[in-house]
Design a protein around this ligand. Structure first.
Ligand code: HEC
Length: 146
């Protein structure tokens, strides 16, 4: 090998090491800091933790024709800064147009809204009156997936 190609080889190898180190660092920090949460596979896991009695609570506004529209207004007001105007996710929060949301029971969604996932920067909405939380659940359920 000529000295010039050896130099090139060494430069390329150290560049590759740097890239590898950077990747390891960002993967580790995504797992530990909760950022960015859309890289984590367990981002909707909290929904599965709702206790049975909460999970099976029915939405008292299930047949209220105004509830979805009211929930949408609340969503724009309180949730869109993190989850995006269209709930497709944004810098601070994951998409809510996801199969995990459609599969969750209304009661499990209500439970998550009430308790939040505070350690992961999803606030608790227990101060919002219950009917408004149920309106938000109707809105989330109306979103479908894409
Ligand atoms: C300050 C930013 C922020 C706001 C405001 C916010 N969220 Fe979240 N939300 C998050 C983050 C971050 C997660 C992911 C939490 C996790 O990793 O489990 C999340 C997760 C969720 C989930 C999935 C539950 C799960 O298992 O994590 C639902 C449902 C949800 N948010 C609904 C809402 C609704 C409805 C509102 C408005 C009332 C709202 N969020 C407002 C940041 C936010």
């Amino acid at each position: 090998m000529k000295p010039s190609s050896l130099r090139f080889f060494l430069a390329a190898a150290s560049f590759a090491t740097l890239v590898a180190a950077w990747n390891t660092r960002s993967v580790a920090s995504a797992a530990n800091s909760g950022l960015p949460q859309w890289f984590r596979s367990d981002v909707y896991a909290e929904l599965g933790k709702a206790p049975d009695k909460d999970k099976h609570r029915a939405n008292p506004l299930e047949n209220d024709p105004q509830a979805v529209a009211a929930g949408q207004i609340l969503f724009q007001d309180r949730c869109s800064e993190c989850h995006g105007e269209d709930a497709k996710g944004a810098r601070k929060g994951p998409s809510l147009r996801a199969p995990e949301i459609q599969k969750a029971t209304p009661g499990a969604l209500f439970w998550v809204l009430t308790n939040g996932v505070v350690r992961r920067k999803m606030p608790s909405w227990s101060k919002l009156p219950e009917p408004q939380r149920w309106q938000l659940v109707r809105y989330l359920k109306s979103l479908g997936t894409d």
